[in-house]
Ligand binder design. Structure first.
Ligand code: SF4
Ligand code: ZN
Ligand code: ZN
Length: 301
């Protein structure tokens, strides 16, 4: 079947539909969908100073390209790139991000676990009996939030796509942690606490396959390899299960997202009362006395 719009050779069959598109029509469809999501959820306002979290992979690189394009059109908006080097040997390499920012005159800030916490993720994972992805997630969230405040960013944009979000929803469900799900959604956060910098996810309604196709067509200088730790994670198990199921029942991932969006306002309301205090050690926001980051750093001593 040729491209639905222009009858040229198709490059992709859109997930959850019978529509096939050629590369030119797909790029237009993809960009329209991103800008529509930004508008629908009021993600960006004039005067915003948006921090784009860029790891150098296909999702965040595509996001950087598109938000830079968006900022070029909207003069009252500025974007700043924030990258975090977790210290994963043979995997994390931020040189493509740094070069891109230089070439396009984009403000760039890089931080590393080694410099901020004294150890790389590789070293940490040998010291504590904890899944590397859990360590990585806790420390990355913490660094992004605290650095965003220091850099006076109004929001943080991440390259999370529909697959990532569907996995997170199911992971929280399987672990019985609905409070965590209340912090998901296209614009995150349950509290308007000044210590939390809101996160926006412009790729919320685009699948992993669509983002990978966009990045491939645009020839972004990104690696397509996987993090060595991803194989053994809880997320990887949920991802494989969800992919298998979606293979047989194509509407699955979209259904997970759409039904979640229906209950999200209720979840946000239910957990908006949770008390957020300041961590006794680092003063960062936490629901307990000591935050998970400080507990983790203590166990690494
Ligand atoms: Fe971090 Fe796990 Fe992602 Fe690797 S797969 S970057 S360890 S969260
Ligand atoms: Zn076409
Ligand atoms: Zn703390």
């Amino acid at each position: 079947m040729p491209c639905k719009n222009c009858l040229r050779k198709p490059v992709i069959a859109l997930p959850n539909s019978n529509v096939k598109l050629c590369s030119g029509c797909f790029v237009k469809y993809f960009e329209r969908k991103v800008f529509k999501t930004i508008a629908k959820y009021n993600m960006i306002k004039p005067g915003d100073r948006i921090g784009v979290a860029v790891s150098g992979g296909k999702d965040s690189f595509s996001l950087l390209y598109l938000l830079n394009k968006f900022a070029d059109k909207h003069r009252k908006l500025s974007i700043v790139v924030v990258s975090i080097d977790e210290g994963i040997k043979g995997y994390r390499d931020l040189s493509n991000v740094e070069n891109y920012c230089k070439e396009n005159s984009i403000e760039y800030h890089a931080f590393s676990f080694k410099k901020e916490f004294g150890l790389t993720l590789d070293q940490m994972s040998k010291k504590v009996k904890m899944n590397p992805c859990s360590i990585c997630g806790i420390l990355r969230r913490f660094l992004l939030n605290s650095k965003a405040r220091q850099l006076k960013l109004t929001k943080i944009a991440t390259g999370h796509n529909l697959d990532d979000e569907a996995q997170s929803i199911l992971m929280n469900q399987f672990r019985g942690n609905l409070e965590r799900s209340a912090r998901l959604g296209p614009v995150t956060g349950i509290l308007s606490d000044r210590r939390f910098v809101r996160r926006i996810k412009p790729f919320y309604f685009l699948s992993e396959k669509e983002v990978a196709t966009y990045s491939f067509i645009k020839k972004f200088p990104v690696p397509y390899n996987e993090c060595p730790y991803s194989i053994s994670s809880y997320r990887a198990d949920v991802r494989d299960m969800l992919n298998d199921f979606t293979e047989k029942h194509p509407q699955t991932k979209h259904a997970v997202i759409n039904s979640f969006l229906e209950v999200l306002p209720l979840l946000k309301k239910r957990y908006s009362e949770s008390k957020i205090r300041g961590c006794k050690v680092c003063k960062e926001p936490t629901s307990g006395d000591v935050c998970t980051v400080c507990k983790l750093l203590e166990s690494l001593k």
